[in-house]
Design a protein around this ligand. Structure first.
Ligand SMILES: *Cc1c(COP(=O)(O)O)cnc(C)c1O
Length: 396
C-alpha cells in the first residue's frame, strides 16, 4: 500500500483511468488536435482513428461499427434511447415497460415521458433484484413500444436475465433497450444472442475517461437525430467528436475485454472473501442482491441498527471510500429505491453499505476493511438505543 492514502471501494460510482488510457489520449489534445470533419490529411487521420475505435467497440459486443454512436456518457445514452424511441414510435403506441430498480437516468427520463403523455409500467423485482419474467409478459400490451431493463444493477450488482427478456421482446416485436453501464467490461455481452436493440455504456465505469460513452443502435431502428447540427455520428448526434474521449474509451474497452477473464476471476474471489467474512463475523448483517448472478465487483450489505451514512463517515476516517446507496441519491434522506424494491424495510435499507471493487484492490485491503467494519458496527450499535432494546429483549 506504499504511497496510497486510502482504499477505494466505490468503483460503481467511477473508476480511475488506466495509465495506458491516458497515454493513448494525450497526443489527441496536442499534436493531433485536428477536427475529424476537416478535409486535409492531418484531420482525416483523426477521422480514421475514430473509425478504428468504433470498430473496436463494435467487436466487443458482436455489433457492426455503424451501430455504435458516441455520446457524452451513460446518462445521455439512456436519455437518447428512451426519448428517441418514444418520439419515433408514438404512432404505434405510447406504452413503455421498465423496472423499479433502474438508474435515475432511466427512471427520471421515464417520468418525463409520462408527463408527455406516455404510459410507463415499472416492473417489480424479486427479493434478489431479479425481474419477474411472468410479470413482464403480462405487462406487454398491443401499444407497448419499448422495454428497457438494465443489464446489471449499480447498487446491488444483480445481473438480470437479459437474454430471456430479449427473447420476449423479440417475440412481441418490441424494441429492447438495456442500460449496460455497470455490466459493460465486466461480463461478456453479445447484442445478437441477447436480442438487444439498444445498449448504453459509459467510459468512466470501466477505467476510461468521464464524459464519454456510447449508445448501440441496431440497424433498422428509425430513430431521428438526438442532437441537431452537423453530420457527425451519421447525423444522429451532432457536435465535433470528443476525439480524446473516444480514444480513451476504446483503449479502456480494449483492455477491459482482453483482461476480463483473469480480472473478474480475481475480483469474484475478493468479493466473496469480503462477503463471507463480513457475514460470518458481523451479527445481524445480510447480503443484498443475488448471491451468484452478481457483478464480479459488487458487495452490498445491510447492517441492522446502523445508519449507513454514519458508517460511511467512520469508514472515511479510516481511509476507506464506500457508498451507502447510489452516488446520485446520497445527500438525500430517502432510502434507496432499489433496496426498497427488493423488499427491505426502511430502517434496514438505511443501514446499507455498498463496496465495489476494482483491479487494484488486494486481499490485505479486504482484511483491513473487515476489521474496520467490525469496529465501526460495534461502536455505532453501542450508541444505538434500538440495539440496546433489541439485545435486552432477545439475548438472555
Ligand atoms: C453511472 C451509471 C449511469 C450514468 O452514466 P454517466 O456516464 O455517469 O452519465 C447510468 N446507468 C448506470 C447503471 C450507471 O451505473
Amino acid at each position: 500500500m506504499e504511497g496510497k492514502r486510502f482504499i477505494y471501494l466505490d468503483h460503481a460510482a467511477t473508476t480511475p483511468a488506466r495509465p495506458e488510457v491516458v497515454e493513448a489520449m494525450l497526443p489527441y489534445f496536442t499534436e493531433s488536435f485536428g477536427n475529424p470533419s476537416s478535409v486535409y490529411t492531418f484531420s482525416q487521420k483523426n477521422k480514421a482513428k475514430i473509425t478504428e475505435c468504433r470498430e473496436l467497440i463494435a467487436n466487443t459486443l458482436g455489433a457492426k461499427s455503424n451501430e455504435i454512436y458516441f455520446t457524452a456518457g451513460g446518462s445521455e445514452s439512456d436519455n437518447w434511447a428512451l426519448k428517441a424511441t418514444a418520439e419515433a414510435y408514438a404512432e404505434k403506441g405510447k406504452h413503455i415497460i421498465t423496472t423499479k430498480i433502474e438508474h435515475h437516468a432511466i427512471l427520471h427520463t421515464a417520468q418525463y415521458l409520462e408527463s408527455r403523455g406516455f404510459e410507463v409500467t415499472y416492473l417489480d423485482v424479486d427479493e434478489n433484484g431479479l425481474v419477474k419474467l411472468d410479470q413482464l409478459k403480462s405487462a406487454i400490451r398491443p401499444d407497448t413500444i419499448l422495454i428497457s431493463v438494465m443489464f446489471a444493477n449499480n447498487e446491488i450488482g444483480t445481473i438480470e436475465p437479459i437474454k430471456e427478456i430479449g427473447e420476449i421482446a423479440k417475440e412481441h416485436g418490441i424494441i429492447f433497450h438495456t442500460d449496460a453501464v455497470q455490466a459493460y467490461g465486466q461480463v461478456p455481452i453479445n447484442v445478437d444472442e441477447c436480442h438487444i436493440d439498444m445498449l448504453s455504456a459509459s467510459g468512466h465505469k470501466l477505467n476510461g475517461p468521464k464524459g464519454i460513452g456510447f449508445l448501440y443502435i441496431r440497424t433498422g431502428l428509425k430513430l431521428r437525430s438526438f442532437v441537431h447540427g452537423g453530420a457527425q455520428e451519421r447525423s444522429r448526434r451532432a457536435g465535433t467528436e470528443n476525439v480524446t474521449g473516444i480514444v480513451g474509451l476504446a483503449k479502456a474497452a480494449e483492455i477491459a475485454f482482453e483482461t476480463m477473464e483473469e480480472r473478474t476471476k480475481k475480483e469474484c474471489e475478493l468479493r466473496d472473501y469480503l462477503i463471507d467474512r463480513v457475514l460470518a463475523e458481523v451479527p445481524y448483517a445480510r447480503l443484498n442482491g443475488h448471491r451468484s448472478k452478481r457483478l464480479p465487483n459488487n458487495v452490498n450489505i445491510s447492517f441492522q441498527f446502523i445508519e449507513g451514512e454514519s458508517m460511511l463517515i467512520m469508514l472515511d476516517m479510516a481511509g476507506i471510500c464506500g457508498s451507502s446507496g447510489s452516488a446520485c441519491t446520497s445527500g438525500s434522506l430517502d432510502p434507496s429505491h432499489v433496496l426498497l424494491a427488493i423488499g427491505l424495510p426502511h430502517e434496514i435499507a438505511h443501514g446499507s453499505l455498498r463496496l465495489t471493487l476494482g483491479d487494484e484492490n488486494t486481499k490485505e485491503e479486504m482484511d483491513y476493511v473487515v476489521d474496520k467494519i467490525k469496529e465501526i458496527v460495534e461502536k455505532l450499535r453501542s450508541m444505538s438505543p434500538l440495539y440496546e432494546d433489541f439485545v435486552r429483549k432477545n439475548v438472555q
